[in-house]
Design a protein. Structure first.
Length: 373
């Protein structure tokens, strides 16, 4: 599918969503297996002024119902019939597939151009991702348009994503890396390579080769199930989501451009390390597009030089907070002011130390380490 087709289809969808009453900043769910229609649905929601809330069809019904209620979803986009969603009262399902766009009633005339000037603003929510923190407590992270676009600007080229990139879109839509797989690639002119839902689980290597993908994101655990010779077309592999192991470095660092990405949904993948065969697996690299500080986790006073402490992050890639959870937002995102400016920091909860070359080592979590002031 071309950029022109994606733009045309998503604009038609956005117009349809407006016609059924979707308002700016309204949360809209989407529940898809791997499909180009999922990407068109995300873009259509955003063009209509809504915010995207991904639902995973493989998740337990209780999880899906929890998200529907927490995000106050009244509209969900789907590709095919979903028995669970069909049973829920007062929930509108919009079927997004080829039939939708071939229906005459959904073809828009030139006079029905979507009024984009009335759409979203940079500070509006673009995605709401339900995830679990280190304690297992669910949280709904709100990512704005500006945070996603800033991440693409600052991190995309650092991750070697560009017009020649063919990005293997493996991450689940409920995982924040899928946003960067898709939107960073599209913003920078690359190609999003979408495997089938079956292939992304059972035939990863074969689908990478079939799609001619040359860039991929994996967790270290998943990458350990592959062998470099099986995916000879890959040129860049980004690791994130888990600590890197020495075994991964030994197997892959000499075969591909191996990147270790550190971050979270709240701050995107804002640290990158280019791993070589001699790299320390604890090295999370250097910050990209953010300002960082190491502070005493008890007092928040900055620790100078190479001392260990809690990492805090400042920058445009930060989430706006947690949906309907002011207490959690105010605990993790703090506002500060000085004589010259006001700024906002995110407390990562991670204990790190800065190396002499400006890179950082990850030491552990604040809530699992004994801290001595």
């Amino acid at each position: 599918m071309t950029y022109h087709e994606i733009d045309k289809y998503s604009t038609t969808l956005a117009q349809n969503l407006r016609q059924i009453g979707i308002k700016r900043r309204e949360n809209i769910g989407f529940c898809f297996e791997k499909s180009a229609w999922a990407i068109i649905s995300m873009l259509g929601i955003l063009k209509a002024g809504g915010s995207c809330v991904p639902l995973d069809p493989s998740h337990p019904p209780s999880r899906i119902r929890t998200i529907l209620e927490a995000a106050s979803l009244s509209t969900v986009l789907v590709e095919a019939r979903n028995d669970l969603l069909a049973q829920i009262q007062d929930l509108t399902l919009v079927f997004v597939n080829r039939s939708f766009f071939s229906t005459t009633s959904n073809q828009q005339s030139p006079s029905q151009t979507l009024p984009f000037q009335q759409g979203s603003r940079p500070t509006d929510p673009a995605f709401i991702l339900f995830t679990s923190g280190s304690t297992g407590s669910p949280k709904a992270v709100v990512l704005t348009h500006s945070a996603i676009c800033s991440s693409a600007k600052y991190h995309g080229k650092a991750m070697f994503v560009g017009v020649e990139s063919r990005v293997y879109q493996h991450a689940a839509y409920t995982f924040d890396m899928s946003i960067y797989d898709i939107f960073t690639t599209l913003i920078l002119g690359g190609t999003v390579c979408i495997p089938s839902s079956y292939s992304r689980i059972h035939r990863i290597a074969e689908s990478i080769q079939h799609l001619r993908a040359n860039w991929a994101f994996f967790t270290p655990t998943l990458l350990s199930t592959l062998h470099p010779n099986e995916v000879s077309g890959l040129r860049t592999v980004l690791l994130a989501g888990e600590p890197v192991t020495q075994e991964i470095i030994d197997s892959w660092a000499a075969k591909v451009r191996l990147l270790n990405g550190y971050g979270s949904t709240e701050m995107s993948t804002c640290f990158l390390a280019h791993l070589t065969p001699s790299s320390d697996p604890r090295n999370i690299g250097t910050p990209k597009g953010v300002i960082t500080r190491i502070v005493d986790p008890e007092t928040l006073c900055q620790i100078m030089d190479t001392g260990a402490g809690e990492l805090v992050v400042i920058g445009p890639v930060l989430a706006s907070g947690y949906l309907n959870d002011c207490n959690r937002t105010n605990t993790s995102f703090l506002n500060f002011s000085s004589k010259s400016s006001e700024y906002r920091i995110y407390r990562t909860g991670d204990i790190v130390e800065r190396n002499a070359d400006g890179s950082y080592h990850f030491l552990g979590r604040r809530d699992t380490m004994t801290w001595h002031v």
